[in-house]
Design a protein around this ligand. Sequence first.
Ligand code: HEC
Ligand code: HEC
Length: 389
Amino acid sequence: MVPRLLIVLALLTAPALADRVPLTKGERNLDTAAGWALFKRPWISSPSSLEAGGGLGPLYDARACNECHTGGGAGTVAEGALGAGMVVRVGDDTAGADPTYGRQLQTHALPGFVPEADISFLWSTEGGLRAPKLGSPAFHYGAPATATHLALRRAPSLFGIGQLESVPDSEILKGSGKPAWLTGADGKRELGRWGWKATASGLPRQVEIAFQRDFGIATSGLPGAAGECTARETPCYGTPGPAIELPDNFRDVIVIFLRYLHAPDPRDEKAPGFALFRQTGCLSCHAVLHDAKGEAVHAYSDLMLHDLGPALADGIADGAAKPSEWRTAPLWDLGENLARGGLLHDGRARSIAEAVEWHGGEASQSRAAFKSLSPEKRKMIEDFLLGSP
Ligand code: HEC
Ligand code: HEC
């Protein structure tokens, strides 16, 4: 349990639950309210961590979950300097981290420290499609390894993830994709399901990764006051501080809150668009799974990895995924995702049809089937996915 005093403090500083966080009256209990408060709370630096509200840094990308997943939704995708909602993933094609910059660039630093890099991006348009082009970054700790690539990842919408969490591994393993097997902290095999490349197996783990990479705050799962700083990054690396800055129960109430982010309203599978969605082969990856109680989860993701071809590959392998492999993205909250800037892992697609246009590799046939439909029928698929009547 979270210490009562801290909850009261959190509640006092938390604005009312936003409209987009559709907790029913019965769900607005102490845990969900505290979780929402912590989700919105801007973390600050402090030697003695949470009691004083801190632990941020020395290097970080944002100060609150809500900066990137505003109201629990997707991050904002906009060209220019990296704003809330986009991060720069770092790595090579063998799933290795960069020896200096780790797995994510931290573009902010506490006073007295230097961020890893200044970086921005622009859209480059070719054949009517746009893709992000990173400007030459100004690195502040030397050049990265020659094998290192940099690429953008946008913050996905978090609505519905509680329902996806309740799908058992055995259900996912029935699918036809590649399972994202990871090695857990205890050396055991775990099935990855969170992140664009299914790099985290459980929600608590995903939240620990966020605290380490986005905030530089240490958890019991990912300890160390230096956050994601490597030994090559001094003075960040040598900064004194507690090995664990966030108590487990803070992480746990955030997870409880995430589980309550309801799925947006189910789509109408009697609509003609659904039959076309099935007919064009979308459903083979964007599948309907069943939770432990046998209830259908209409996220339209098999939670497996698929090779979508070279056009989406960005040189970075992560977890079990090769550079061209991605977890089938759940097709939830798409209207809001589009309103915030775009679809796919880096927000490059300005419509559902553009997202399909980028589907190559294993999805080539399905893309061809989609393109061979009349414009009216393609629109029926889009309307079905957007939940439009
Ligand atoms: C700096 C921006 C940023 C901040 C701050 C941030 N996230 Fe994220 N989040 C992301 C990005 C980017 C991804 C996708 C990462 C990837 O797959 O490589 C992500 C992925 C996730 C996922 C996985 C969702 C899915 O469908 O697989 C969860 C859950 C999540 N974040 C929760 C949180 C929580 C809770 C916090 C606060 C403790 C947080 N995030 C803070 C950017 C952010
Ligand atoms: C072989 C598997 C596969 C098939 C078939 C497939 N997809 Fe996908 N889809 C994916 C994967 C994997 C992603 C994530 C790619 C990325 O982010 O780079 C994705 C992403 C998407 C997205 C973007 C979602 C978001 O939130 O960013 C949309 C929209 C989409 N697919 C629609 C479709 C439609 C419509 C069809 C059928 C015409 C289809 N897909 C067929 C695997 C597939």
